[in-house]
Every structure is written in C-alpha cells, then in structure tokens.
Write a protein that binds this ligand. Structure first.
Ligand code: ATP
Length: 322
C-alpha cells in the first residue's frame, strides 16, 4: 500500500495529536504518502483532504485536542453518504484509512471497510468505553485532570467540612469516575454500571461523618442515575452537613497528554500504519495485558464492556468510614 489517510472523529481526546504525528511519520518512513482529512467524516464527505509532510506534525505531540479537528457527522450515518466517502477516497487514490476515535467512529469505519477500504481503528476517547482494549488514548490524561480537580476540591471541602459531589464525564461508561474516585479517595463512586439508592449513599456519607471524616467526596459519572443538585439537597437534609456540586465539564477533555497517552498513541498509530503497509484487513488496535494487539474490526466492536467490579469494591472499602 502506498497512499493512506488519517482522520480524527467523535469527541477529541488528549493524545490524538501524538497518534497523528506517529501515523504520519511512520508512514513517510516506510515510503508511503500520508494524507490528513479535516473534521472527521464530515471533512471526508467534503473532500477536505491534504497531504501531510514530516514537519506538518511538528510541535503537536504535547498538545491536547486534534490538529485535524473533529466532528460528529449525521450524514455519514446514512449508507449513501458512506458510499460517497468511499468514492472520494478512491478519487484521491487513497488505499487505506486510519480512524482515531471512539466506538461510533469505528462503526463508521466498519461501514467503509465493507466497501473495500481497509480501515484501522486507533482508540481515541477519554471515556475508555471501547471494550476490546484495556485503555484508550486520552483516558489517562483525563483521569489525571480529574485527580487534580479532586485535590483542589478536597482542600476547600475539608476546610468547610462539606460534602462535595463531582460529576465527571462518562455517559455509558463509569471508568473515569471509578479510576479518579479510587485514586482520589472518594467516599462514594456513582457509575451507570452499578445501581445504588439515595438512602445507601446517605448512609455511607453519614457513616464517614460519624467515624470522624471532616469532609465527604462523591465522584459521579454523568451517566449515573442521579441529578447532582437534587442529590446534594437530599444529602444536606439527611446528614446535616452542607453539600456542594462541581461539574468540571469540558475541562476534562483538554490539556497536554500524559506519558501513558503519548506512548499508547505512538504505539497504536505505528501499528496501524504497519498493518496498512502490509495490506492487512481492517483491524482495531488496542492493548491487552500491556501489549499492543490488533483484532478484526467487526469482532472488536462485538465485544461488550465488563465493568471492573473488583476495583469498584476496593474503592468502596478504601473510602469507608470505620
Ligand atoms: P466519543 O467516544 O468520544 O463520543 P465516538 O467515536 O464514539 O467518540 P460518535 O459521535 O458516536 O463518537 O461517532 C462519531 C461519528 O462516527 C458520528 O458522528 C458518525 O459520523 C460516525 N458514525 C457513528 N456510528 C456510525 C454508523 N453506525 N455508521 C456510520 N457512521 C457512524
């Protein structure tokens, strides 16, 4: 294979730039022509495709976001537009595509691959919601960002003897809340995968309070079945302690990628380029037992998420009041 293209799609994630850089430079190093597609599938449909040189990806390694920009494309959800996208790739003579994004982006890639275009999925999403891989690019940075926020909140929360509820990203996947909650010492972690009632949350907070905790911290995934302000009100009534909510929102998406994300991005993108160079069929690149692996794209998308209940239970024990 001689000509390949790269796009980023769905929500941006820190480390996407590191993946673009690795894909461009590994491709050029192998003697391939590498193209960048602007604004994900939207840009593909508009033919926003440009050649990428070695230096076009200079000075982006340390930046969050994506230099190729990203989009959600409702047009691309329709078969006729996928066909249009495949035609555009053919017109440019592009023989293979690297898609950096989450589950939805991979599904779009799978549709393209059915039309004869080999697609390599590089997992880029802060949600860590691609079940076939242990980690996705951007997750480690986002967890560390949330941890920094938790540390700041702890200072004020303990000074005022408050309960604070922090709502973090994760519509369907509680990984960000779980990992940040464990590492940040949350009393209670609320995730979409585990159901828990308000009385139990109040009981745990009260238990902590009675055992001498000067403040309480609840880390909640946005997909958990609670409304933070309502929960804060109930907690105040039931525990007699002031409760506040913090919703950091998009702050969690930005920032310079961590070592782990830059490393994962570089390794997975390099693997994607090598597979295309060797005329492989469509694959999803990921991590299994710490090693970089490539699974058939369709099979990877069929794998369903398993929530880490051991880690969740450990976090609950460590956050208890005794
Ligand atoms: P994140 O996890 O950050 O939300 P994502 O890749 O899952 O990232 P989505 O918005 O779900 O984000 O998908 C990105 C884009 O992929 C969609 O806007 C759409 O253009 C395309 N896409 C998603 N599902 C399909 C599908 N079944 N067929 C074709 N295209 C799809």
């Amino acid at each position: 294979m001689k000509k390949i293209a790269i796009l980023t799609s769905g929500g941006d994630a820190p480390g996407m730039n590191a993946a673009i850089r690795a894909a461009v430079r590994c491709g050029i190093d192998l003697g391939m022509e590498v193209y960048g597609i602007d604004r994900g599938y939207e840009g593909l449909l508009d033919g926003d495709i440009k050649p990428m040189g070695w230096h076009s990806v200079g000075d982006i390694l340390q930046r969050g976001g994506t230099m190729l920009r990203t989009a959600r494309s409702s047009r691309f959800m329709e078969g006729r537009w996928v066909e249009h996208g495949a035609k555009i790739l053919n017109t440019f003579g592009i023989e293979g595509l690297i898609v950096i994004g989450g589950d939805g982006s991979f599904r779009g890639g799978l549709e393209l691959s059915k039309l004869g275009i080999p697609v390599m999925g590089v997992p880029g999403t802060i949600d860590n919601d691609l079940a076939y891989t242990e980690y996705t690019i951007g997750f480690d940075t986002a967890v560390n960002t949330v941890l920094g926020l938790i540390s700041n909140i702890r200072d004020t929360s303990s000074s005022h003897e408050r309960t604070t509820i922090i709502e973090v990203m994760g519509r369907h996947c509680g990984d960000l809340a779980l990992h940040a909650g464990l590492a940040g010492g949350a009393d209670v972690i609320l995730v979409p995968e585990v159901s828990i009632d308000t009385n139990e949350i109040c009981r745990r907070v009260l238990e902590g309070q009675q055992s001498g905790k000067v403040h309480s911290l609840i880390v909640m995934a946005e997909g958990a079945d609670f409304e933070p302000e309502e929960l804060a009100k109930t907690l105040e009534e039931m525990t007699g302690r002031e409760a506040r909510t913090v919703v950091p929102g998009y702050i969690q998406r930005g920032g310079s990628p961590t070592l782990a994300d830059r490393r994962l991005a570089s390794l997975t993108a390099a693997k994607a380029v090598n597979l295309l160079y060797n005329d492989s069929e469509s694959k999803a690149i990921g991590v299994e037992a710490g090693k970089i692996v490539a699974l058939d794209l369709d099979k990877a998308l069929d794998i369903t998420s398993e929530f880490d209940t051991n880690l969740y239970e450990l976090a609950n024990v460590l956050g208890k009041g005794k």
